[in-house]
Design a protein around this ligand. Sequence first.
Ligand code: MN
Length: 282
Amino acid sequence: MKIARFDGGRIGVVIGDRIHDVSDACGVDPAEWPPMGMITTIAAFDELVPGIERALGLSVGQPLSGVTLETPIPWPHKLLALPNNFRAHTAEMGGDPGAAGSEGFFMKSNGALSGPAEAIAIPDRPGRNFHYECELAIIIGKSGHKIALEEARDYIFGYACLIDVTMRGKEERVMRKSFDTFCPVGPWITTADEVGPTDDIVLRLWVNDKLKQEAPVNDMVVGISEAVVLCSSVTTLQPGDIIASGTMSGVGPIIPGDLVRIAIEKVGEMTIPVVADAPVTA
Ligand code: MN
């Protein structure tokens, strides 16, 4: 199933080129604050499926092109991320083994999350470089601590596309990766059962229609299950937590006016414009 958030916090199921509103079936009030509806939906998903399927049976849906898709999980408990985690990219970054070595994982601010209809806003920081990083978002489905490798997949709800936008430089990584809009996620969550086997899934990213990054999931140094094990060995994972896979070779700069497209087989695709953020006036 492809589960989206749209039009001000509504929960939808995407089938072909239509979206079906299942907010009521999921018990979600789109106007709620804070916006936890997708997390409560994920946490109770197995119990909600019969009601969602009944709602789908009665729904004619509406054209996907007529709604505004939003970042699926705007207020996750945690947004975790792996550094330098594809074989070719570790070579590009000077052979640093990243997550497979001493680095483990890091965190981005949840506040960086943005959706498929939002632009990446490049801050007014003259002389600085801002890079795209094509990544797979692993969406956690249930609470777990010290998860065993053979059980890791049971804790994964689904997957989405994620761009880990990064200001290069010497400041703390969490700051350089936490500007507003520096974590587009979407266009929806594709559930793990629908994605099926992940090893051969290819991740791709283009800038202005030029292919910049391309690698299969099985090039990850720390694989999907191993990422769940690594993160949960430190911190209890919660439904709706997001783990960014780390990126592959081919990272490079983006500037206002660029158009970034990310596509992950069996998961989804989204195209994000890059704009200039307003200068800091304080
Ligand atoms: Mn990254």
